[in-house]
Structure formats: structure tokens, C-alpha cells
Design a protein around this ligand. Structure first.
Ligand SMILES: Cc1cc2nc3c(=O)[nH]c(=O)nc-3n(C[C@H](O)[C@H](O)[C@H](O)COP(=O)(O)O)c2cc1C
Length: 390
């Protein structure tokens, strides 16, 4: 069981919703809204128990189980006795950024911030893993509670603020994985600005993280789009991004094998601003973009979000993040790598994101609701759609 346990529609949000909406609506619509998206397999039994816990506690419990689970056993259970593993189906394999991905479905940033359970994710069938966001120094993040479930929407709202163990600890963990040759899928490392670094120090702060982590990654994602670190999203301007990408490219280009860099953008940018930022990143030598982070616009959620703050993820994010992805693909052509993330909950939403122009896709909130069986179930759906020529 994964960090899916992580966040998930839950008690804390339910309490919160009720508190915020003192006269519960008994209509059939309200009943529909309170039903979370379907869980895959055994998750149907486990999810209600985990959803009784605070969302972040449930995630930590899931991560603990993930860390303790022998990957070979997880893989055997996941394959369910099938002779061929769908996660390795040749029809799903893809080569992007000079890297071989056994399939296009990855773990999104935030699920495993400190790279604690990377081999577990690959055993679940994921075709790549993005760890982080990691900052230069360890930091605690925002006060708890800071993750809330919106089960009726298949969504989460979080204001984590990058709690993480810091670049040194994460680097040591990944060094060990590399020494043991334990990684069978590409590993991305997502780096972000330390809370204490002011605007003037931001580029140097990212550079510091890159210098410790860059060489250990197959690709590096520069996160300028989480809504929960003061000033972070202000870096999403052409001038700031140019300076930031240059600051990271200096040590990157000095590596024997410079790593592909991607910039992760917010879905709250207008299309023109997103395009300007994307062009600035690509002109600075980035390989592509990750579209998108969570949104601060809660209007697509149907549950009561009055008084809540942070970033919304999951099903209500799909339309906006796909629209942004599609607009960027149309404007930028085939060359840049676009990783699509936001609202992938099942095979249909995964296919929609690929159709919108993504080379690779990622999932966070879908994993919380769908559970550890989601990756292979989703990949089976994608494979069946491809076989049917859809
Ligand atoms: C609890 C939580 C923590 C997250 N932490 C990070 C993070 O540290 N860095 C980052 O780039 N994105 C982070 N994200 C955003 C996800 O990577 C992803 O972009 C977003 O949730 C949309 O995908 P989804 O709809 O599949 O969840 C986080 C999301 C959630 C729900």
C-alpha cells in the first residue's frame, strides 16, 4: 500500500466540509458528491480505514509500508499471475530525452519527497519516478493539518510547503540506490526554493540543490509553481526564469553528461504567460516542461471549499491542466518534452492527457483514491485502447 494512503478523501476533510457547511444537503446530488472515485482491487477494503486518518498521517503510514515491502513480492502480487507484465508491454515503451521509459506513467512529485520508496514505485508498475521537491537544506514545511481530501470530487487540497529532508539526505539515499543498481526506471529529481531564500538568493539556492543532486538524476525538474512557498510562483516570469535556468545550467553543462532539465509550471498562468515562460525555459536549454502543478482556483471543485487554502489536485484539475498542455503543444510543436500531470485518475483521463500532447504522464491524487493497483489497471486500459486503435 502506498503513500496513496497518503492523502485521500477523508475524515479530516469530511469534518471540515461539514463544519464549513452547517446544513448538509440531503439531495441526491450531495449523495453523489460524497462518493469518492472507485478504488482498485483490495484498496476498496483498505481505503475506508485509511481515510479515517488525517490525510498526511495516512500518507506517512502508506510510505512506511512501501518502504518495508519487498519489491519482488510487490511486483509478483501486482502482476497477479499474468505471464507478461503490462508495465513492460513493448507497445507502451517510449524513449524521451534520450532515456528509455518502460511505460509513460510516472509517480508525480510530492508522493515520495525524500526518495524513501523508489523501488516500491517501480515494483507497482510505474515507468518512472519523480522524487522531491527537495530543497537545499532540510525544512519542516507549513503547520499541520496541511492536506485535505475532497472525496466527492476525487480531489485533494494541500498546503505542505515543501517539508523535506534536504538535498544531502536525499542524495545519500539515491547514491545507495545507484550503487546497488536498484533503479530499473528513469528517476527524476524535483528541486525547489528553500522557504528562507529570498528572491535575490533564489537562483543560488536552486543551484546548490542541483550541485548536490543533479548528477544522481536522469532528469531534473525545476519547480517554480507550488502555491505554498511564499514568493515561489513569482519566479514564473521570463526574466526570473532566464536567470534561474542559467544558474542551474552552469553546473549542469559542466557535467560529463548534462542532465535534461524541465520546468514545472502552474495551471493558473494565462496561456500567453505560460507560453512566454515555456519559451524562456527552452531558450535556456531546457528539454521541456511539466504541466502542471496544483491550482489555487478551487472553482472546479463541487464540494465546499470555503475558507480552505493551498493547491487543488485531482479530477477537478484535469480540464485546466489539459487545456494548458494542449495550448503549449500547439504553440511549441513536437520537439519539447511535455510531462502531463493533473487529474489522471484512470485510463480514460490518462489517454486524454496523452491526446492533449503529453509525452509522459504522472499521477498523485489518482493514486490516493485508486490505490496501489491503479498503475497496472491504468496501463492495462491504455494498452487495450491502443490495441483497439483508439
Ligand atoms: C499532497 C501533495 C503534495 C505535493 N507536493 C509536491 C511537491 O513537493 N513538488 C511538486 O512539484 N509538486 C507537488 N505536488 C503536485 C503534484 O506533483 C501534481 O503536480 C499535482 O498534484 C497534480 O497532479 P494530480 O492531479 O495527479 O495530483 C503535490 C501534490 C499533492 C497533492
Amino acid at each position: 500500500m502506498p503513500p496513496c494512503a497518503t492523502v485521500s478523501g477523508n475524515t479530516s476533510t469530511c469534518h471540515r466540509s461539514r463544519a464549513l457547511n452547517p446544513s448538509p444537503d440531503p439531495s441526491p446530488r450531495a449523495a453523489r458528491l460524497s462518493a469518492p472515485p472507485p478504488a482498485v482491487g483490495l484498496w476498496r477494503l483498505l481505503r475506508p480505514l485509511l481515510f479515517r486518518l488525517d490525510a498526511e498521517r495516512a500518507h506517512q503510514l502508506g510510505l512506511l509500508v512501501a518502504t518495508l515491502s519487498p519489491p519482488s513480492l510487490v511486483e509478483r502480487i501486482g502482476q497477479g499471475g499474468a505471464t507478461a507484465d503490462v508495465a513492460r508491454a513493448p507497445a507502451l515503451a517510449t524513449r524521451v530525452m534520450g532515456l528509455d521509459f518502460p511505460n509513460p506513467l510516472g509517480v508525480a512529485a510530492g508522493v515520495d519527497k525524500d526518495a524513501q520508496a523508489v523501488t516500491f514505485w517501480q515494483a507497482l508498475g510505474f515507468g518512472f519516478v519523480e522524487v522531491g521537491t527537495v530543497t537545499a537544506l532540510r525544512q519542516p514545511g507549513n503547520p499541520r493539518p496541511r492536506v485535505f481530501r475532497l472525496p466527492g470530487d476525487g480531489a485533494l487540497i494541500n498546503r505542505m510547503g515543501f517539508p523535506n529532508a534536504g538535498a544531502d539526505v536525499v542524495a545519500t539515499r539515491i547514491e545507495r540506490l545507484r550503487q546497488e543498481d536498484a533503479l530499473q526506471v528513469p528517476l527524476g529529481i524535483n528541486i525547489g526554493k528553500s522557504r528562507d531564500a529570498g528572491a535575490a538568493d533564489a537562483a543560488a539556492d536552486y543551484r546548490r540543490s542541483f550541485e548536490r543532486l543533479g548528477e544522481l538524476a536522469d532528469f531534473v525538474v525545476v519547480n517554480v509553481s507550488s502555491p505554498n512557498t511564499p514568493g515561489l510562483r513569482d519566479l514564473q516570469t521570463v526574466d526570473h526564469l532566464r536567470g534561474l535556468v542559467d544558474a542551474i545550467q552552469t553546473p549542469n553543462q559542466a557535467l560529463t553528461r548534462p542532465r535534461p532539465l524541465l520546468v514545472k509550471l502552474a495551471p493558473d498562468l494565462g496561456d500567453a504567460d505560460a507560453l512566454a515562460c515555456a519559451r524562456a525555459a527552452l531558450e535556456g536549454g531546457c528539454a521541456g516542461l511539466v504541466i502542471s502543478n496544483t491550482t489555487v482556483d478551487f472553482s472546479a471543485a463541487r464540494m465546499d471549499t470555503t475558507g480552505m487554502s493551498g493547491g487543488l489536485s485531482g479530477a477537478p484539475l484535469l480540464a485546466r491542466s489539459n487545456a494548458m498542455l494542449h495550448a503549449l503543444r500547439q504553440a511549441l510543436g513536437d520537439d519539447p518534452v511535455l510531462i502531463g500531470v493533473g487529474g489522471v485518475m484512470d485510463a480514460a483521463s490518462a489517454a486524454a492527457k496523452l491526446a492533449a500532447g503529453a509525452d509522459l504522464i504522472q499521477v498523485y491524487t489518482g493514486l490516493v483514491y485508486g490505490g496501489p493497483g491503479l498503475p497496472r489497471a491504468l496501463l492495462r486500459g491504455l494498452l487495450a485502447q491502443r490495441a483497439a486503435g483508439r
